[in-house]
Write a protein that binds this ligand. Structure first.
Ligand SMILES: [Zn+2]
Length: 651
């Protein structure tokens, strides 16, 4: 866990591996505001004669590691301390629609403790919506319908969540800004004076109501003793009784005392200086901090990254040098709020103005199904990388990926989506090729792409994974269910290493702005339809922005043709390609969210991890604010014209 002595020990270990491979390595410290749990209890105080005292210690017979006294008790990062005692209301997944439904059922959530289940959206969004509705406290639990016995056998017989398994996780409002909650836009270097920090009590990232997670073992008697109306049928989970919405008679008493302090984080940064273009960085990173053991999240990624670094070390020994500077990063504090990556990006804003790409890995392996998400300009690059990587299933990874992406296979809800870890959405098929998703938030690419406009991607191999953020995400689980022979680990090491090496050595930056243009045209078509539904046929004029999108697309088509037939000196072409993504940033940021400066991608305020595309426009439409939508269409049109002219600047 970030900031602990075990975290420092793993930083030293990773730094040694980087040095062994010949990387110029440093451990970079930041001082950031995060919480550990001090006292956490949730007790059932009514009806009389029914008892529940949680959180129960996570345990199954047969697990070798769940009894270590250092295992942190279940809690939510960024929850404030607080006490609440109130009748309970069940609010399904805690989406805005779920709260509307309660309103229609005449269930008042004001001052109540709201019980919601994990899944469908980022946990911080559940809390944000609850807070807007005047809720006194939030309990988030894992229902067996979402990642427990309804999905399959539970651990240790199968990969799904056992009765006492709890999902920890941050409830920080990362869609406001990620990183240290006291330093938006500023790096939390140890020498930063307190006067340049905002007070935690004023930070828009920290919820104002207490929140804590429980297992379905613990919430069972709570749900069982809710009265009121039957819940809507789609709200029914997999516990063996009918779920009612309440309020009461079940009443809970929450007591949360969080130990908030400025704690030290340790990013490990290893560099290989570029031989030709040392000021152009290619960054590849993965976080290292976990909630408990984190065999899958994030250490399946760290193991793959270390093997990729080992491979780069062998290349260096053979005399190879990258053309651009290669930077490998082991981020700290991702789980609390993408902190290590965000602070480093904020510190290196000037250096990263020339960066060619950021490649992320987080959960590298939880199963056998490959998936990727990226900015559209890198989608074809990713497909090309997978064409030279062997699949453990036989053939190339590209072929295995295509096979798994057939419509019938793709329609099933992925386990990641079921538990709310929806980092990637299924993408529209462009060019009829294998789909690559869009980047929302939820991992360390956020600051690179959405704050600085560095083209980014995220890759993983996923499968049935019900132990996310619990004590059971450990080596025993991984050996039995994740990747028993470590062959998918090898696959991901090859993908990650090839991304970095190919990009660092590319003569012409392998960006495809034709695909980017096509996707933006499609986003605008969808937004225009929504605008017509909301405001009628002619309320909003899309002509200017549509023309700008087509201009960007045709500039993309033209430069792609030139990329296929490049001049001997591609410097000017590369600058145009590199600066086009930055042209999609706006200095003032999104409405109410100045840290987020990218006009095409942002995490949604009401979806969390999942991407909102053309967020300025789409969130104005969500709010029914036609004036803001009009203004955001103009901002978007100007950005697209700027990006088109950047591409056309190369002739
Ligand atoms: Zn992670």
């Amino acid at each position: 866990m970030a900031g602990t002595i075990e975290d420092k020990a793993t930083a030293d270990y990773v730094a040694q591996k980087f040095r062994d491979a010949g990387l110029d390595t440093e451990i970079v410290e930041y001082k950031v505001w995060i919480n550990y749990p001090a006292e956490i209890s949730v007790d059932l105080t009514a009806p009389a004669g029914v008892a529940m005292h949680g959180p129960t210690r996570e345990h199954v017979d047969g697990d070798p590691d769940d009894n270590d006294p250092r295992v942190v008790m279940p809690f939510n990062g960024m929850s404030p301390s607080g006490d609440a005692e109130a009748d309970v209301v069940y609010a399904n997944y805690g989406t805005p629609e779920d709260f509307e439904k309660l309103d229609k059922l005449k269930v008042d959530v004001h001052g109540k403790i709201v019980l919601v289940r994990y899944g469908q959206n980022f946990r911080g969004v559940k809390v944000f919506v609850a807070q807007e509705h005047g809720v006194a406290g939030v309990i988030i639990y894992s229902d067996p319908a979402d990642d427990g016995w309804r999905r399959g056998d539970k651990y240790p017989d199968g990969p799904w969540r056992p009765d006492t398994g709890v999902q920890r996780g941050s409830v920080g409002y990362m869609f406001e800004f990620p990183g240290d909650p006291t330093t938006p836009g500023v790096a939390s270097v140890p020498s930063l004076p307190d006067s340049q920090r905002i007070s935690p009590q004023k930070s828009a990232q920290i919820p104002t109501i207490p929140v804590t997670p429980l297992s379905y073992h613990d919430v069972w008697p709570v749900l069982q003793h809710l009265g009121g109306a039957d819940s809507p049928r789609e709200w029914q989970g997999a516990l063996p009784f009918t779920y009612h919405v309440g309020p009461g008679p079940a009443k809970l008493k929450m007591h949360l005392k969080q130990d908030y302090q400025f704690r030290t984080l340790w990013d490990v940064i290893g560099r290989v200086r570029g031989s030709g273009l040392p000021d152009e960085w290619v960054v590849a990173g993965n976080h290292r901090d976990a909630w408990v053991y984190g065999a899958v999240d994030p250490n399946s990624g760290t193991a793959s990254m270390l093997e990729a670094v080992h491979g780069v070390g062998e290349l260096l020994k053979s005399g190879w040098k990258p053309k651009r500077t290669l930077v490998f990063a082991s981020w700290d504090g991702e789980e609390e709020g993408l902190i290590g990556s965000t602070e480093w990006v904020e510190q290196h804003e000037a250096d990263l103005a020339n960066a060619a790409a950021y490649f992320n890995m987080d959960v590298a392996v939880s199963g056998t199904k490959f998936g990727a998400s990226s900015v559209p300009s890198l989608k074809q690059f990713l497909r090309d990388v997978t064409k030279v990587v062997p699949s453990p299933k036989g053939g190339t990874l590209y072929e295995a990926w295509q096979k798994a992406a057939q419509p019938d296979a793709a329609s099933a809800q992925s386990p990641a989506e079921a538990i709310g870890d929806t980092r990637r959405l299924p993408a529209a098929q462009v060019k009829g090729d294998v789909p690559v998703g869009d980047l929302g938030s939820g991992s360390d690419y956020t600051a690179f792409l959405q704050h600085l406009g560095v083209p980014s991607s995220d890759v993983s191999s996923s499968g049935p994974y019900g132990v996310y953020h619990s004590v059971f995400d450990n080596f025993a689980w991984f050996k039995k269910f994740g990747d028993p022979d470590f062959v998918y680990e090898q696959q991901m090491a090859r993908v990650f290493g090839l991304e970095a090496v190919r990009m660092s050595d590319a003569d012409v930056l392998p960006y495809d702005y034709e695909e980017y243009g096509k996707e933006i045209v499609a986003y605008l078509d969808a937004a225009q339809k929504r605008a017509k539904d909301k405001f009628g046929d002619h309320a909003l004029d899309f002509n200017v922005v549509n023309a700008a999108a087509h201009h960007f697309e045709s500039a993309g088509v033209k430069i792609l043709a030139k990329e296929r037939n490049p001049p001997t000196d591609a410097t000017r072409m590369n600058h145009a390609l590199r600066d086009a993504e930055r042209a999609l940033l706006v200095p003032q940021g999104l409405p109410h969210r100045p840290w987020f400066r990218h006009v095409i991608y942002a995490p949604g305020e009401y979806t969390g991890y999942a991407a909102v595309v053309i967020p300025g426009v789409n969130e104005a439409l969500d709010k029914g604010d036609s004036e803001r939508a009009r203004q955001q269409l103009a901002v978007l049109a100007a950005a697209l014209e700027r990006a088109a002219k950047t591409l056309e600047g190369y002739r």
